[in-house]
Design a protein around this ligand. Structure first.
Ligand code: ADP
Ligand code: MG
Length: 648
């Protein structure tokens, strides 16, 4: 990336908002270009230098001031590069692109080729500007995307719970963190116990057990119970800046092609410099008739053409641009490596609830067993689900229209099963048949192609609910699109019952289905699927129960809307608006990025190769070399910027 990273442009802190308010748009709507971009001394110097350059080329060759006008133009346009090159030599980075540029241009001046010398710097800086612009645009798109799902804190106040921006929470306030949610602020656990996923902070993948009195750090994910946390620190850095940093800087997340080019340049540049030196001095030493001035010129042509800038600059830019382009379509890709992997996908594995289906259930039927009332069954259900974030829980709370009052609920989320909750004096279980059977309560299987939720209190079944979920509108289309893109296998894994799973799979044309899976079984199934397919495997999911599978898959894609923080954190790609067809879009963007990267590689190497040969034969001169280096780099950068605007 370029020297000036335009850090100020997008490390925007999330605006101060009350969560319920209409989410407002950013003021700098037009501002894909960072503010003040055209008024920096850099840019003004560049413009003045360019005019001087133009003036100088129009001057008579014999004009006494001609050299000095070129030198001033050079200083204004490329002075900084020269300065950086010298500075970096003292830092021990001898052979970077600044050094190459400086060496080539000073060399050009030394043999009287002033226009060529300035032109190299001119086009190089043009390339840099376009690159900065593309980077800023990508950052802008990513930043805008992140605003869709702002961080929040559930503040406990005198009138109940209130969803607020974490920035508004004072030290010492009490907040509630439900299962699947991210802890928004550092603090002390006042109530509850749970396991936390701290992998985002420590890289430690085993969950950490915590209880009342323990300290918790923001960014960890609550996996099980409900926690009441007393905050100890203010909100420091927003997810936006963290994500941007991750996407742009984490070397582990860089695409292999990108890493390769950087390493390649490190060895290649010294090689070019040494070869150019040999080319300049060896022939005149060995052969009587070889003129130093002629070979020096050829060496300079060689040096300029061989500069790897076009690749060093355009390849990372293509990946970052691809990430920006995906962001514009509502897809957050957390690194170039995932974009690269998306290109070789063979298998797509889907979770069902909340992923292929909307996760907005309607309670279609309440069955009360002997001795109980339907409304009573529903009430116990709603009470038990009070602290759950599962889509099923939300729909049950919606169906029970009356306000819920509860005190001292001990809640435990049994991922893949349901919930186990102490309400007053009673122990209430709400979940699937597996859950009740595990607790020694026998219920008969309800034949239904929908999801069945059982309720038990103190070891006795009270009844069951039948809840219906509808398939996402674009799901069928999305699966067709995947097949059209050449995806070989589409599989569904779900924790729900066999009937409802088959029902959904059949209407979507998915042939491979595995139902009734617990989170660890989902991982096992995924592993066996991955073992039997050659290409990369995507897993698409939304729930806490999907987090381990999302992490295990080659590419984990989470639903940003209905999805839990746990799933979003564990994933590599997030679809912000939950549209399943975006999986195909992501693959298309990845393929176009891949195509552009390879266009640039072939184009750059091809042009350079030809000019090198012509240069060695003495046919191509300095102008061809300038084109072969900075001209090609500029074209490559412009080509790379196209990925920001890909249609998919
Ligand atoms: P999927 O894998 O299809 O996304 P989940 O793993 O989220 O489904 O849930 C699996 C099953 O576990 C659900 O179909 C439901 O029976 C049960 N379950 C999980 N959480 C809850 C809850 N909070 N309330 C009731 N049932 C639940
Ligand atoms: Mg799910």
């Amino acid at each position: 990336m370029s020297a000036h990273e335009a850090k100020e442009c997008c490390t925007r802190c999330a605006p101060q908002y009350a969560y319920e308010e209409e989410h407002h748009h950013h003021e700098h709507e037009h501002g894909h270009i960072p503010e003040g971009f055209f008024t920096t001394p850099h840019f003004i110097g560049f413009v003045i230098g360019s005019f001087l350059f133009l003036g100088a080329t129009l001057m008579d060759n014999a004009h006494p001031l001609r050299l000095w006008v070129f030198v001033s133009a050079y200083a204004l346009i490329g002075g900084e590069i020269l300065f950086l090159a010298v500075k970096n030599i003292f830092k021990g980075h001898l052979f970077d692109e600044n050094f190459l540029m400086s060496l080539a241009t000073v060399g050009a001046f030394s043999i009287g080729e002033y226009p060529e010398g300035v032109a190299v710097m001119f086009f190089y800086r043009m390339g840099e500007f376009f690159q900065d612009l593309a980077v800023a645009r990508s950052k802008h798109s990513i930043g805008e995307l992140m605003d869709i799902r702002p961080d929040f804190a559930m503040l406990i106040s005198s009138d109940g719970e209130q969803k607020v921006s974490p920035e508004l929470v004072e030290i010492g306030a009490h907040i509630v963190v439900r299962a699947g949610e991210k802890i928004p602020l550092d603090g002390l656990i006042m109530e509850g116990q749970s396991s936390l996923d701290t992998s985002a902070l420590s890289g430690e993948s085993l969950p950490k057990e915590v209880k009342t009195g323990d300290e918790v750090l923001s960014g960890s994910i609550n996996l099980r119970g409900v926690l009441v946390v007393k905050t100890q620190k203010c909100f420091a850095d927003s997810t936006v800046s963290k994500i941007l940093d991750l996407v742009q800087n984490a070397s582990a997340k860089k695409a292999k092609t990108e890493q390769f080019i950087t390493t390649f340049a490190r060895y290649y540049t010294p090689f070019v410099v040494v070869s150019a030196a040999l080319l300049a001095f060896l022939p005149p030493l060995l052969f009587e008739e070889a003129l130093l001035s002629e070979w020096f010129k050829r060496a300079l042509v060689f040096l300029v053409v061989s500069c790897p800038c076009a690749l060093v600059v355009s390849i990372p830019l293509s990946f970052f641009g691809g990430i920006g382009g995906a962001s514009k379509k509502g897809i957050l890709v957390k690194g170039g490596n995932f974009l690269e992997a998306l290109n070789r996908v063979e298998t797509v594995v889907f979770d069902k609830t909340g992923t292929l289906t909307q996760g907005h259930f309607d309670v279609a039927h309440v069955e009360a067993y002997e001795g109980y009332e339907a409304q009573e069954v529903l009430r116990w259900c709603a009470l038990a689900e009070f602290y759950s974030n599962h889509p099923i829980a939300h729909s049950i709370k919606r169906a029970y229209k009356e306000p819920l009052v509860l005190d001292g609920v001990m809640h435990e989320e049994l991922v893949g099963y349901g919930v186990s909750v102490r309400v007053g004096e009673s122990m209430v279980l709400v979940g699937n048949q597996k859950l009740l059977r595990e607790r020694g309560i026998e219920v008969s299987i309800v034949p239904s192609s929908h999801t069945v939720v059982y309720v038990a209190r103190d070891g006795e079944a009270l009844g069951h609910l039948i809840i219906e979920d509808s398939i996402k509108e674009d799901a069928k289309d999305a699966i067709q699109k995947l097949y059209a893109l050449g995806i070989k296998r589409v599989v569904m894994l779900t924790g729900d019952n066999e009937n409802s799973a088959q029902n959904v799979a059949q209407s979507l044309g998915i042939r491979e289905v595995f139902a009734g899976l617990l989170p660890y079984q989902k991982v096992e199934k995924l592993e066996s699927i991955m073992a039997s397919s050659k290409g990369k495997t995507i897993f698409v999911g939304d729930g806490i129960n999907d987090a381990p599978v999302l992490a295990r898959a080659d590419i984990g894609i989470a639903m940003g809307g209905v999805g839990s923080d746990a799933a979003i954190e564990a994933s590599d790609v997030v679809i912000m608006n939950d549209e399943i067809s975006k999986v195909a879009t992501a693959i298309s963007v990845a393929r176009q990025t891949h195509a552009i990267v390879w266009q640039n590689i072939i184009f750059a190497l091809g042009v350079k190769g030809v000019i090198l040969i012509l240069g060695a034969l003495g046919i191509a001169g300095m102008w061809e070399a300038v084109f072969g280096d900075v001209g090609v780099a500029l074209i490559a950068v412009l080509n790379a910027s196209r990925v920001l605007h890909v249609k998919a």
